[in-house]
Design a protein around this ligand. Structure first.
Ligand code: KG4
Length: 332
């Protein structure tokens, strides 16, 4: 069978990334130009600045991705950009670039949902992983439990009703003075603390999440009691949100009977969460639960995961026209 090469283009937030992936699973190149140092001083991503920096970076990143993959543009089978969800101005940069390339090179344009991309990061890490499975998707903008029925068929079983889990991590970090992006900093500091502070958990009948209550509790606790140990606070926050995640994943296992669980999104890089999910596998008396988690470098935004998802969209027959638009709140 002929090899298929997809060109992933990602610009939904603060990473400009272009990647070439072979047959959906093998990375030939994955260039990531992060804007974190630029946004750090504002304490979060400034959308206008993000768009401008994507414009400056995209051609350079693209050139590097093609060079590193040792491929020519002619050999690419499909151009697969993220078209949502994300910041509209940021998305438009990568998408417009992809559309121009598709038109100029006469190559198919195949749009990718960013969340589908995060899920696909697992296909690159685990060559043997195939749907169906349950995906615990945790990023800066989204938190969802997804029943991945097939490569391009999804059912959202539960989602956050307010903040995304990554947003809560970032807010907690900001309040205790750790800066942006907060997730990795909370992760690091929590290792020095004890999870000895009781924090509220929000439960729903279904598999929905709410992180605004725990976020506010941490903020209030810190403001009312500034001498509270920051490491303990971070450890307690991590432990409590992890318990919420695992409760809902257990509900998803019960509902679907599916015991293959894949993590996805930036927060799946969290070392405490990774350990807790691995423990779920180790403690399963029936030995049926299997946990998958993307390589650390594939957890946060990158174009390889987009090119992987793009491959599955492409072989499934998805084709987009040049009027494909950026959709900031695109659903799966
Ligand atoms: O998936 P991602 O790169 O962007 C979105 O698509 O939203 O996720 C970024 C989020 C940020 O909120 C960041 O703080 C969080 O992932 N994050 C982490 C860790 N690394 C990144 N959160 C907790 N622990 C980490 N180690």
């Amino acid at each position: 069978m002929k090899d298929i090469y997809t060109l992933g283009i990602e610009s939904s937030c603060d990473e400009t990334s272009v990647a070439v992936v072979k047959n959906g699973r093998e990375i030939l190149s994955n260039i990531i130009d992060t804007q974190i140092p630029i946004h750090e001083k504002y304490g979060g991503v400034v959308p206008e600045i993000a768009s401008r920096n994507h414009i400056e970076a995209i051609s350079r990143v693209m050139k590097k991705a093609i060079e590193e993959a040792k491929i020519t543009l002619e050999e690419i089978d499909a151009i697969t950009p993220t078209y949502g969800p994300g910041l509209v101005g940021a998305l438009l940069v990568g998408l417009s670039y992809a559309k121009a390339l598709s038109f100029a090179m006469n190559k198919p344009l195949v749009g990718v949902n960013h969340i589908q991309g995060h899920i696909a990061a697992n296909y690159i890490t685990y060559k043997e992983l195939e749907p169906p499975f349950i995906c615990m998707m945790m990023s800066g903008g989204n938190t969802q439990i997804i029943y991945v029925k097939d490569y391009t068929k999804f059912e959202v079983l539960g989602k956050t009703r307010d903040d995304a889990i990554g947003e809560a991590f970032d807010k907690v970090a900001r309040v205790v003075g750790l800066g942006y992006p907060g997730g990795p900093k909370v992760d690091k500091l929590a290792k020095e603390g004890e999870p000895n502070i009781e924090l509220p958990k929000t439960h729903f009948e279904n598999m929905d999440f709410s992180f605004s209550g725990i976020k506010t509790a941490v903020i209030n606790l810190h403001h009312k009691n500034p001498e509270v140990n920051k490491a303990d606070l971070c450890a307690s926050f991590e432990k409590t949100v992890t318990e919420i995640l695992i409760e809902n994943v257990n509900k998803a296992i019960k509902l679907t009977g599916i015991k293959t669980i894949a993590l996805a999104g930036g927060v799946s890089a969290n070392s405490y969460i990774r350990k807790a999910f691995l423990a779920l596998e180790q403690e399963d008396v029936e030995n049926k639960i299997k946990i998958y988690m993307p390589d650390l470098k594939l957890c946060t935004d990158n174009a390889a995961m987009i090119a992987s998802a793009g491959y599955y969209n492409y072989i499934n027959g998805k084709r987009d026209t040049l009027d494909l638009n950026a959709i900031p709140n695109l659903k799966l």
